[in-house]
Each structure stands twice: as structure tokens, then as C-alpha cells.
Design a protein around this ligand. Structure first.
Ligand SMILES: C[S@@+](CC[C@H](N)C(=O)[O-])C[C@H]1O[C@@H](n2cnc3c(N)ncnc32)[C@H](O)[C@@H]1O
Length: 282
């Protein structure tokens, strides 16, 4: 068994520069990783389905003239939004071309756009509802995402997002820490940072909370294979290089066994849910 941090393609990109902030992986790596995962993503996306459904339940009732699904992935929620808001125009946007290629034939949105949440290729005041489920945790500059939301929303428009914060996958992180002290799990922002940045964004915070979702797996391998199938395995700067030896994997398995519960090995996701509103012009 090889460490997911060292799969062949990731080795090819590991020379790339870390982000300027050194917190999150390079955007090209994120795009490439999700593009590769487009075909396998839906088969393992139970948590992503549950989180997106919770986020949809928090949307305002009023149908938007135009919605944006930011980080639309395989397009599951673009299709859900198209059903929910049957007479609205929809835009699905993702940084991963492979995800857009997968989503486009399945329909849902009127437009499929390749783009970056931190620098949206959309006109100012052109969207009434911006929906984003489990995508912005990949953006190192979340203030830029919020500034873009403020720019592209029409007055009175809504930005609803779900994201991940610190505490996510802490069992895997701590287990690796016990083995070699290296970064094997993607880094996440503190919940406080979400609060602070949203409060300073110029958007009105309607709701902002965090909920733990705990999944269970029969063994460590099932968890790490699922992360890879989602495209969400570790591609952080600072991840260790070289193949992972059998002894280190065995040490990881033993460390993770310390977390075992009656339902299996737990993997905790700390999910941030937020609904922000652009103030109407008076
Ligand atoms: C975990 S998937 C979620 C997909 C979908 N929203 C869902 O809930 O099924 C995260 C998506 O965000 C996209 N993404 C990551 N960083 C992005 C960025 N800076 N701009 C736009 N999309 C991004 C990825 O390519 C991926 O398709």
C-alpha cells in the first residue's frame, strides 16, 4: 500500500511552488486533483450530498433571477438548484475543467464556466444567489472570495456557503502526527477566521454556525481511498516526499485504532454553514 500523498500524479506536481501564504496547495494542483476525481466523486460523496442539502434548506424562498453554483464539481447541486428554481438562469463554475466536462452533459445550469472563486470571471451585480458547497475551504484567500461575492451579487442578493474548518479529519491528522509529525491532512481555517472575515466583508451575516458530521469506516484504508476518490486527499505544501514504507503505514493504522468506536473508525468533519446577504440599496 502506498501513501496517498505520494500517488504518481502528485509526484509530478510536487515541484510546484506552494501558495504564497503557504497554507493551502497550489490552485493548479487543486484543479488537477479534482479533474482526475470527476468520474469517481459521486460514488463516495454521501457527506457532500448531506451538507449541500442542508445548505439548500437554508436558502431564501424567493426565486433568484440568476444563481451561481460556485465550485460546482459534478453538478449535483446545480441540478438540484435548477429543479428548485425552475424559472431561474443558472451558472455552474469550477476551477477544474475535468469537473465541468463531467457536469455539462448532465445539465442543470445554462452556463458552465471555468474560473477561480477568488477572481470570478463574472460581471458586477449580475447574480442574485451565490451557492457554494464544500469548495471555499480550498481557497487560501477567503477575504478575496467574500469581496468577489460582494462585487457580483445584486443588492439584496445572498451568498450561502458550506465549508470546513479546523477539527476536520483530526483523527487522521493526529494519527499521522504520532507516526512522523508531518503534514498528511489538508489544512483548514479556524471557525473564528470565518466569523471575522464574514463580519468584515460588507455582507450582512444572516447565519454562521458550525456542525460536526462524523463518518465511520471499517479501516484506515477505506477512509484514505475515499478521500482520494473525492479528489480531497492531501496535496498540501509540506507533505512528505517519497514512498511510504510498510512500517509507517502499520504505525498509522495502530495509531488510528486508538480512536475506534463501536461503529468503526471515526472521521470528523467540522462543517461551517453561512448565509450572508448584500445589503439592499436604500
Ligand atoms: C468537494 S468538491 C464539491 C463539489 C460540489 N459543490 C458538491 O458539493 O458536490 C469541491 C469543488 O470545488 C472546486 N474548487 C476548488 N477550489 C476552487 C476555486 N478556487 N474556484 C472554483 N472552484 C474551486 C473543485 O474543483 C471541486 O470541484
Amino acid at each position: 500500500m502506498t501513501d496517498l500523498s505520494h500517488c504518481a500524479v502528485l509526484k509530478a506536481v510536487k515541484q510546484q511552488q506552494a501558495t504564497t501564504q503557504g497554507r493551502l496547495p497550489d490552485k493548479r494542483q487543486v484543479a488537477a486533483s479534482f479533474s482526475r476525481a470527476a468520474a469517481s466523486y459521486d460514488s463516495v460523496a454521501d457527506l457532500q450530498r448531506a451538507v449541500g442539502a442542508q445548505l439548500m434548506a437554508r436558502l431564501p424562498e424567493n426565486p433568484p433571477a440568476r444563481w451561481l453554483d460556485l465550485g460546482s464539481g459534478t453538478g449535483h447541486f446545480s441540478r438540484a438548484m435548477a429543479q428548485h428554481f425552475a424559472h431561474s438562469e443558472g451558472v455552474a463554475l469550477d476551477i477544474a475543467e475535468g469537473m465541468l466536462r463531467h457536469a455539462r452533459p448532465l445539465g442543470g445550469a445554462q452556463h458552465y464556466v471555468a474560473g477561480d472563486a477568488e477572481n470570478l470571471p463574472l460581471r458586477g451585480a449580475s447574480v442574485d444567489l451565490m451557492f457554494s458547497s464544500l469548495a471555499v475551504q480550498w481557497c487560501s484567500d477567503f477575504a478575496a472570495v467574500l469581496a468577489e461575492a460582494n462585487r457580483i451579487l445584486r443588492p439584496g442578493g445572498t451568498f450561502a456557503f458550506a465549508s470546513l474548518c479546523v477539527g476536520t479529519l483530526y483523527e487522521l491528522r493526529e494519527s499521522w502526527q504520532a507516526v512522523d509529525g508531518m503534514v498528511h491532512v489538508n489544512r483548514f481555517r479556524e471557525f473564528d477566521d470565518y466569523q471575522r472575515l464574514c463580519a468584515a466583508s460588507g455582507l450582512r451575516v444572516r447565519s454562521l454556525d458550525v456542525q460536526a458530521h462524523v463518518l465511520h469506516y471499517p479501516d484506515v484504508r477505506s477512509l484514505t481511498h475515499e478521500l482520494k476518490a473525492l479528489g480531497a486527499h492531501n496535496i498540501n505544501p509540506g507533505r512528505p516526499g517519497g514512498l511510504t514504507g510498510r512500517a509507517r503505514i502499520q504505525a498509522l493504522i495502530e495509531a488510528y485504532e486508538g480512536f475506534r468506536q463501536p461503529d468503526g473508525l471515526p472521521a470528523t468533519y467540522q462543517v461551517v454553514y453561512a448565509v450572508l446577504e448584500k445589503p439592499a440599496v436604500v
